[in-house]
Design a protein around this ligand. Structure first.
Ligand code: ADP
Ligand code: GN1
Ligand code: MG
Length: 374
């Protein structure tokens, strides 16, 4: 192990790697991907002959996930269920869903000396993970997320733990924001008054989807809840979404939120933390491409009301995510990983710009749904 490359500021990685048996010479681990939550590394092994074998090693964020063992129980349940479905459909279970590598002790995850939980999954090769996409690729990702939801329709939802309580409870997100604003731990509220008022003006919106759920208009389903474009792996040969990843928040939720979170992240041409807001524009063509793909992937599984509420999913996921970024900024940036001091504020501003765009294009958004909801 002494020759291993591991990032100097992550000494714990060495401890974690030594909990696993690797089939070829372990070369090291490098930080990987653009997720905001988990500590993700790519582990590289080199056999005597042939290509390197790669794995993804992830330390679960304790700020986000207070009960990582329960999360791993969900992960095992969901991936086992999907594996059976993929096999039944003649697919490749090693590429079309995630799987775990057990530790030397035969355990599905490792708990390090600080109490943090780690998991190791085979790297799904010959795939790409995009931060932005062409309409074709975006539509492919939509088919895969729609199919993911469809495939999980029969999953026993009551067995799933709520890994983050009130995750997409937008009313609760609003209240947590109010609390952070009141406490104003870092004296930042005075500099973000425009953003604060943007949220306060939209208090009623925060209840739209939840009220529909309470009224029985929208059903609770097993949903992914974090359907960003970079939570899907696209096959390099077929250009189809081959594997839905980041299953940490898969639990009972609303289908419109899975649709909406994808639109939030992918139906524009800018980075999530773009400072120049003139570059941040909601793109209705990308929205249309995603709508087409999602409805196709869901395979008739969405009710008339769910289809009608899809634009609300987009608007609310974008508003909610902006509120979460702003709350974390007021709190002192404990939840989302940041790479510079005002990054959460920049992220919040892009979300609010997109919300404004959606509000302006509301009728057009509804018309697109009508076009495909036949
Ligand atoms: P986070 O919760 O921090 O977003 P993810 O589970 O989404 O963590 O992983 C971060 C990134 O790592 C993904 O966006 C993707 O690029 C990459 N990744 C994760 N798992 C795999 C895998 N099994 N094969 C290939 N790439 C992966
Ligand atoms: C986080 O884990 P990641 O980076 O895929 C967050 C999502 C947010 C997103 C904003 C568990 O997603 O809810 O929408 O950042 N995930 C969690 O980019 O909080
Ligand atoms: Mg992710």
């Amino acid at each position: 192990m002494s020759q291993l490359y591991v990032p100097a500021n992550d000494p714990i990685v060495l401890e974690v790697l030594s909990a696993y048996d690797f089939p070829a010479t372990l070369m090291g681990a490098v930080r990987y991907g653009q997720g905001h939550i988990n500590d993700t590394f790519c582990v590289i092994c080199q056999p005597q002959e042939g290509d390197a074998v790669r794995y993804i090693l992830q330390g679960l964020s304790s700020a986000a996930f207070p009960h990582p063992e329960e999360l791993m129980e969900n992960f095992i349940g969901i991936t086992s269920y999907l594996r059976e479905k993929v096999i039944a459909q003649g697919g490749d279970p090693l590429r079309e869903t995630l799987s775990l590598v057990n530790t030397r002790d035969g355990k599905p995850f490792y708990t390090d000396s600080n109490g943090k939980v780690w998991r190791l999954t085979p790297f799904i090769e010959n795939t790409d993970c995009f931060q932005s996409a062409t309409p074709e690729l975006f539509e492919a990702s939509a088919r895969a997320f729609g199919r993911f939801q469809y495939m999980l329709q029969g999953y026993p939802a009551e067995t799933l733990h709520e890994t983050i309580v009130n995750f997409h409870n937008t009313e609760d997100r609003f209240n947590k924001f109010l609390n952070a604003l009141m406490v104003d731990k870092h004296d930042r509220a005075k500099d973000v008054q425009d953003e604060v008022h943007f949220v306060l003006d939209r208090k009623a919106d925060c209840s739209v989807a939840l009220q529909a759920l309470r009224d029985g208009v929208l059903p609770l389903r097993v949903t992914h809840n974090d359907t960003k474009l970079n939570n899907i792996l696209i096959d390099r040969d077929t250009h189809e979404g081959i594997c839905v990843i980041d299953l940490d928040t898969t639990m009972p939720g609303l289908s419109i939120n899975d649709f909406g979170d994808s639109i939030r992240f992918g139906a524009n041409h800018s980075r999530e933390d773009e400072k120049d807001l003139s570059k941040v524009n909601f793109d209705i063509e990308l929205y249309e491409a995603y709508t087409r793909g999602f409805i196709q992937g869901a395979n008739g599984g969405l009710t008339e009301n769910e289809l009608k509420y899809l634009p609300w999913g987009a608007r609310l996921m974008t508003l909610e995510c902006g509120i979460r970024f702003l709350t974390d900024y007021l709190d002192g940036d404990h939840y989302f990983r940041i790479h510079y001091p005002e990054q959460n504020l920049d992220r919040c501003r892009t979300q609010f710009k997109l919300v404004r765009d959606m509000e302006e294009q509301w009728d057009a958004m509804a018309a697109v749904i009508e076009k495909y909801a036949k």
